[in-house]
Design a binder for this molecule. Structure first.
Ligand code: SF4
Length: 303
């Protein structure tokens, strides 16, 4: 097997479980305070949850989602272990009893070995974190926070309605319970220059986080970003620029941060640009080749 110049999620899972583990994306039917009017009704300027297969307004019952996915991936990839990934919207944004009932669904499936919960940094508190922590006895548990950048002025422009400081508080809370934390970062954000992106990597590398999930800024139909893009007010990264910047970023984060994902994908029916982003395998290969060409690897520039 080719030695990867970064610590991939697959490698991490194989180390933990000694075999391939597949992550099942779930829609538990939660909402988001940035969409339901609590903070805003417009959402983040790039948000169109319909663009992801699982983000349908009326999802199937969770049990069916899990059964269908397990059956599909067992047949397709011959995997026997799975992670339940609560991905759609903000998965801690509900009363504690609802959250417990929702997460408890995994107890019905012997094949599930992990619980991953994606949420906003301002949708968490001690009680919820304690509940999430209770699953650590029997499952691999991670919380993923959508951060996108450490720069508050850019978070404001994106209409995220939370700050980097909110994230730091949420991070401390998770680590108090020894829960693994993954951070979502978007590369190619408008109004963020190259040096500020490098600063994102440097700031994150100082923190007690366990993984990073990379997204590329992409334009989806029916979003404010689409309007800005069509008016020529924002520019998207080319494939070559993305490969360069993600390598620069990974060189500046510690070797033990798990790279939860190298690039996002989107439903082609909703994707406006860049269209090349869905060619994931080729992009991952190009990133690996670029590290080889540079002779560098994850953590190369870390102290
Ligand atoms: S926090 Fe997530 S779900 Fe909520 S508006 Fe932003 S991208 Fe959409």
């Amino acid at each position: 097997m080719i030695q990867q110049p970064f610590y991939s999620f697959n490698t991490y899972l194989r180390e933990k479980f000694g075999q391939r583990v597949h992550r099942i994306s779930l829609n538990a039917g939660f909402n988001c305070p940035n969409l339901d009017g609590k903070l805003s009704k417009e959402g983040c300027i790039y948000c169109n949850n319909a663009a992801f297969g699982i983000y349908v307004t009326t999802p199937k019952p969770l049990k069916i989602q899990i059964e269908d996915s397990i059956a599909y991936y067992k047949k397709k990839f011959k995997v026997t272990k799975f992670i339940a990934y609560f991905q759609a919207f903000s998965n801690t944004y509900a009363p504690i009893e609802v959250l417990k009932k929702t997460y408890d669904i995994i107890k019905n499936f012997d094949e599930i070995v992990g619980l991953f919960i994606s949420t906003r940094p301002d949708c968490i508190n001690e009680e919820i974190m304690s509940l999430i922590s209770s699953y650590q006895k029997n499952y691999l548990v991670w919380v993923e926070y959508g951060l996108q950048t450490t720069h508050n002025n850019v978070l404001k422009t994106l209409n995220r309605n939370h700050t980097f400081e909110d994230f730091l508080i949420a991070l401390d809370l998770a680590r108090k319970f020894k829960i693994n934390v993954g951070v979502h970062i978007i590369l190619g954000l408008p109004f963020l220059n190259y040096n500020e992106t490098v600063q994102d990597a440097q700031r994150l590398s100082q923190l007690d986080i366990q993984g990073i999930k990379f997204h590329i800024l992409h334009v989806l139909k029916n979003t404010k970003l689409e309007k800005l893009y069509c008016e020529g007010k924002i520019k998207l990264l080319t494939k070559e620029e993305y490969i360069k910047i993600i390598c620069d970023f990974i060189e500046r984060i510690p070797k033990d941060f798990v790279i939860l994902r190298l690039i996002s994908s989107a439903d082609k029916n909703y994707l406006v640009a860049p269209l090349w982003m869905n060619d994931k395998i080729s992009i991952i290969n190009e990133i690996t080749k670029e590290f080889k060409r540079r002779g560098t690897f994850q953590g190369y520039f870390v102290g």
